[in-house]
Design a protein. Structure first.
Length: 273
């Protein structure tokens, strides 16, 4: 029998039907993003865990944190949620931003642009990868802190809700920053001048109620304050601000950042030229 007989005829070839949501492509992108940081777990999970524990040790030993309290909550229990949330959102941002910048520099961003993946699916795939990394790092830090000093959960709903909103926000910001950046220096600028200052000035290490009048009012314009304050409430039951305003603020910013990142992907800004 001739090998030609095994070649399907043109009438037998049918185009593959791609549904409105390409679940195969979306799952593949998410798997790629999660596998990317899992393969270097010592850098992406263990390193942030060690950094968080070092922060914890510094504030406990150097500043007498064990003997202090904030609003009736022992300072070390007050500090732990802020450190955990800070670590989660920083890693969510790092995952999406670094993934896009590396892909652009190495030239393999085309591997994501060529398949039949819509801009929305591309956005969701990268964002989920950032959220997963943030949550895994947060769980590792929470377990380590729990084994060290012990933490208690006051509201699991608040813990989950603010975890999702916070990591989604920084993942979206990381996507926008990664698309905008042309080299790692640009990402470092966003980290050093936006993410780190807003995290440190959000009440991570202190209560906003202890600030002078002007600074106490100013901190309420920092969206990072609401994610940390709400997350801390989930553990301690203590909140410096309104949880309702915090949820609304984070929802609005998530929508704004998501819209901006999606628009950048759809237009091909700095990724198709």
């Amino acid at each position: 029998m001739n090998d030609v007989d095994f070649i399907p005829q043109a009438s037998e070839l049918k185009p593959r039907n791609i549904p409105a949501i390409n679940m195969i492509g979306l799952r593949t992108l998410i798997k790629k993003e999660v596998g990317r940081f899992i393969n270097v777990w010592s850098q992406t999970i263990i390193a942030p865990l060690v950094t968080t524990l070092l922060y914890y040790a510094v504030f406990a030993l150097a500043f007498g944190g064990v003997a202090r309290d904030v609003g009736g909550v022992p300072y070390m229990e007050f500090l732990a949620p802020g450190l955990i949330m800070m670590t989660m959102v920083q890693n969510a941002f790092a995952n999406t931003s670094s993934s896009l910048v590396i892909a652009k520099i190495q030239g393999n961003i085309v591997d994501v642009l060529m398949p039949p993946i819509s801009p929305g699916e591309m956005f969701v795939g990268y964002m989920v990868g950032g959220v997963v990394r943030g949550v895994i790092v947060g769980l590792a830090c929470a377990v380590a802190v729990w084994m060290t000093v012990g933490i208690h959960i006051h509201s699991m709903l608040a813990v989950i809700g603010f975890t999702v909103l916070g990591t989604m926000m920084l993942s979206s910001l990381g996507i926008a920053a990664g698309i905008w950046s042309e080299k790692f220096d640009h990402i470092a600028a966003v980290t050093n001048f936006i993410v780190t200052p807003m995290t440190f000035l959000s009440g991570t290490f202190y209560s906003a109620e202890h600030l002078p009048g002007f600074w106490r009012n100013l901190v309420h314009y920092n969206p990072f304050f609401y994610m940390i304050d709400g997350f801390r409430y989930g553990f301690t039951g203590h909140a410096d601000g309104s949880l309702e305003i915090g949820i609304l603020t984070l929802l609005i910013i998530n929508l704004a950042l998501g819209f901006a990142a999606l628009r950048m992907i759809r237009s091909g800004y700095k990724i198709k030229s």
